[in-house]
Design a protein. Structure first.
Ligand code: PRP
Ligand code: MN
Ligand code: MG
Length: 180
């Protein structure tokens, strides 16, 4: 079973749902009448994007980008690759980037600069998890679900080598899984 690979649970499914409801209420107020473009950064943000957007009670649009910086290992390669771009023009739009985690910050710095360069009216970042100790570039999310220590986290979108994204909570992976 998947849970046999988990050393401890850091954030439960109930805590994620409660936090998503809180963030959804904040975004509902902030983006009333603005028809923001909510951008999910695939693949990690998929479970949180689904949880968060259904808590927003005003018009939004959705679009998707695929970027990748981790190529199978446990640490960032330092290079962000765009694999699929948006379908929607961002010029003049209010953009909300939705991420599962901000670690080194490279992915979000790249994305925020790209969208501002394309003349978005505003770009805000919502992330389920922040790992502040991991930062190597200067960028912060506007809204953070949970600030967590620098451990190898999986679940609710977070993967190890493409696995464990489907765990309904966030946990720490046992060392023996990635050391073997
Ligand atoms: C992970 C995660 C974030 C990014 C955060 O994505 O989902 O997008 O890395 O790391 P950073 O702050 O150090 O840039 P990944 O590249 O592993 O792709 P994935 O979402 O498909 O797992
Ligand atoms: Mn990602
Ligand atoms: Mg990944």
């Amino acid at each position: 079973m998947l849970k046999d690979a988990i050393k401890k649970i850091l954030v439960t499914e109930d805590e994620i749902i409660t936090k998503s409801r809180e963030l959804g209420e904040i975004l509902t107020t902030e983006y009333q009448g603005k028809n923001p473009l909510m951008v999910a950064i695939l693949k990690g943000s998929v479970p949180f994007f689904a949880e968060l957007t259904k808590r927003i009670d005003t018009h939004i649009e959705m679009d998707f980008m695929v970027v990748s910086s981790y190529h199978g290992g446990t640490s960032s390669s330092g290079e962000v690759k765009m694999i699929k771009d948006l379908d929607t023009s961002v010029e003049g739009r209010d953009i909300v980037i939705v991420e599962d985690i901000i670690d080194t910050g490279r992915t979000l710095l790249y994305l925020k600069e790209l969208l501002l360069h394309r003349k978005a009216n505003s770009v805000k970042i919502v992330t389920l998890v922040d790992k502040p100790e991991g930062r190597v570039v200067s960028i912060d999310a506007d809204y953070v679900g949970f600030s967590l220590p620098n451990e190898f986290l999986v679940g609710f979108g977070l993967d190890y080598d493409e696995n464990y994204r489907n765990l309904p909570y966030i946990g720490v992976l046992k060392e023996e899984i990635y050391q073997s």
